[in-house]
Structure formats: structure tokens, C-alpha cells
Design a protein around this ligand. Structure first.
Ligand code: PMP
Length: 351
């Protein structure tokens, strides 16, 4: 840190993304990317004319993509916001809603970026402990009088709330914005998007990074009532009006035109998840009931860190969190069936 770095931010501990080592080719099961490429239409959409047009700025209002998302989700175009990955959308939401002095609340075990956004924006964060078995009890989220952020399905546990449970939280906090981060919702959970029409305090955040195979494009979005969407636009136009590149906007529009391809991938990933979970359980692992594109697994005789390190030595990357309640677990992204068979082979060696 230089002597010029703001003392206000001196104790900021930045988010640590999953490792991307370059020393050898790994089977990468550590950052919840899709094992499947985007459909060919995305490549066509990005060639020729689109390349020439890179000399032009993108549409800061992202009209075409918002219209396509609005059609897809049956909402108005004024109910959609797009950002540079859902991380940016979440960052904007923290800045827009959680800096009012009342603070923010989220589970003690959840996406590790939430505490970082809170620290960055100097917002007091309350971590609400998940109950036994990492269960989120909606009664713990009644009348909190602060912004609430819930990943559904949660990460890294993979556990999901039903839509009626999300609705209970939204109803119990009419004076606060409830942000539901649905990065993994397409892998088998219930989306809260249908609730948006009825609740002005609900913001649903999704991404093209997981189910739509475009983590590298950096494209995320939020769906909420028009007033909330205008708030996010105010932050966007006060930060980086051209927050989403032309390439990402175009790729996103094309991806939405090929939704059936992604639905098929999600089905395959859920099948591979069930297959891998059964195989791990047969080897003595406990796995949570994950509704995401990853498993969260613990073995009674193999420490979480030992499994992580042993797999890495054998060319397979998984994610281990050195954090008290989850140190015994590893988060394992669902890849292709051959990738999971390789993982299982290496796990058997280690056992
Ligand atoms: N939310 C959750 C729960 C995540 O796990 C991730 C991925 N790291 C994100 C949001 C951010 O995804 P992106 O910025 O790629 O849309």
C-alpha cells in the first residue's frame, strides 16, 4: 500500500477470486464456469460488421439487450438493468441502497464478495449465521431495517430457498431493498423474478457467466421495479456510462436467441451433478443438496485442505475456503462427465 492510499480504505481486504494458475493445464473445477462453449451463433454475431463497429462506443442504455431480456422474463424494458458482470450490478446495489446508514445483512456463509462490497462502501455488515446444515431460516430475516442480500441458491453451499420463502423475506422488510442474487438459479432453483411485479423492494440479480457460458464476456443484469432500475442507472451514469462493451452486449443478445441450447446444457449439468454426487457419496462423502452447478462436499477421513492440495497436485482444481465453518468442505464445479470421472479417479487415489 502506498502512503497515498486513503486511510478510510486502509483495512480493505479485497476479494480473492478462484486461482487461475498458468503453470500447467488443469481440469478447472474451481470457479463455477460452464464446461460448454457458447453456441456458434455467438461467434457469428461477433464477426465482420461487429468488429468494424468496435470503433464506436456501446449503447450506454443497452436498449437492445434490455428488450431481449424483458421479452425473455416477461417484464417491462424499464424493469431491466445490465452491468459488467453481476459483480458490478451487486456493487452498484450496495452503493445505491446500503450506504443510507442502516447497513446490510447477509448470511455468515455466502458469496465472499458481499463483505468486500460492504467494506468498500463503508457499510456496516451484519452476518446472520446459517442454522444447522447451512439452512437459511427466513425467520432470521424479519424486519431487519437494513438492505438484505441473499444468494439463491447460496454459494458455496448450493442450498436454495423456495420462492415463497424469498417472498416472506421481501414482505417482512417493506422498508428495505432485498437483493436476491440468482447467479446459479438456472441449475434447479426457483427464481424470484415472478415476484418483482408485486414488490417494489425486490431486486433480482442474474448473470450470463454460469448457465449461459459467458463468464469471459462479463455480463450481468438486474430485474426490479422501474424505480429501483432507475437508481442503478444513476449509479452507472455516475461511474462508467459505457459499463458493458459492444461485444458483450451483442453476445448477450445472440445468447438469448438460443435459449434452448442453454436449457439443454443446464439439464446436462444437473444430470452430471446427480451422477457425481452419487459417486462421491458412495466414497463416503457428505454432499449438500446443491441446486447449483457445483457440489459442496466433505469427507469424514480426508481434511478439506488435504483434498484440495492432493487434487491440485494431480491436475484438478477445486475450491477450498479456509474459513471456520466450512474448512472441511470443498466446492467442486460440475464439468463434463469425462472431467468428473477424472476427478473421481483422483479422489479415489487420495482416499
Ligand atoms: N454471485 C455469486 C453468488 C457468484 O458466485 C458469482 C461468481 N463469482 C457472482 C455473483 C458474480 O458473477 P459475475 O460477475 O461473473 O456475473
Amino acid at each position: 500500500m502506498s502512503t497515498f492510499f486513503s486511510p478510510l480504505l486502509a483495512d480493505l481486504a479485497p476479494y480473492v477470486p478462484g486461482e487461475q494458475p498458468q503453470d500447467r493445464a488443469y481440469v478447472k473445477l474451481n470457479t463455477n464456469e460452464s464446461p460448454y462453449p457458447p453456441p456458434p451463433g455467438v461467434a457469428w454475431a461477433l464477426s465482420g460488421r461487429e468488429v468494424e463497429d468496435l470503433r464506436l462506443y456501446p449503447d450506454p442504455a443497452a436498449k437492445a439487450l434490455k428488450a431481449a431480456l424483458a421479452r425473455q422474463y416477461g417484464v417491462g424494458e424499464d424493469q431491466v438493468f445490465v452491468g459488467n458482470g453481476s459483480d458490478e450490478v451487486l456493487d452498484f446495489a450496495f452503493l445505491a441502497y446500503a450506504t443510507d446508514g442502516r447497513g446490510v445483512a447477509f448470511p455468515d456463509i455466502t458469496y465472499g464478495f458481499y463483505p468486500v462490497f460492504a467494506a468498500l462502501h463503508r457499510v456496516e455488515a451484519r452476518a446472520i449465521p446459517l442454522r444447522e446444515g447451512f439452512r437459511l431460516a427466513v425467520e432470521d430475516y424479519a424486519r431487519l431495517s437494513r438492505t438484505i442480500v441473499i444468494a439463491n441458491p447460496n454459494a458455496p453451499t448450493g442450498l436454495a430457498l423456495r420462492r415463497d420463502e424469498v417472498e416472506q423475506v421481501v414482505r417482512a422488510n417493506p422498508d428495505s431493498v432485498v437483493v436476491i442474487d440468482e447467479a446459479y438459479v438456472d441449475f434447479g432453483a426457483e427464481s424470484a423474478v415472478p415476484l418483482v411485479a408485486r414488490y417494489g423492494n425486490l431486486l433480482v440479480v442474474q448473470t450470463f457467466s454460469k448457465s449461459r457460458s459467458m463468464a469471459g464476456a462479463r455480463l450481468g443484469y438486474a430485474i426490479g421495479c422501474p424505480a429501483l432500475i432507475r437508481d442503478l442507472a444513476t449509479i452507472q451514469f455516475s461511474t462508467n456510462p459505457y459499463n458493458v462493451s459492444r461485444t458483450a452486449l451483442r453476445a448477450g443478445e445472440q445468447a438469448l436467441a438460443e435459449q434452448a441450447y442453454f436449457d439443454d446444457n443446464c439439464r446436462k449439468i444437473q444430470e452430471t451433478r446427480a451422477y457425481t454426487k452419487a459417486a462421491l457419496e458412495a466414497l463416503g462423502f457428505f454432499c449438500t443438496d446443491s441446486r447449483a452447478n457445483f457440489l459442496f462436499a466433505r469427507h469424514p477421513r480426508l481434511a478439506g485442505e488435504a483434498l484440495y492440495r492432493g487434487l491440485k497436485e494431480r491436475g484438478v482444481l477445486v475450491r477450498w475456503f479456509d474459513s471456520p465453518r466450512i474448512r472441511d468442505f470443498n466446492r467442486i464445479t460440475i464439468g463434463t462427465r469425462p472431467q468428473m470421472d477424472l476427478l473421481l479417479e483422483k479422489v479415489r487415489e487420495l482416499l
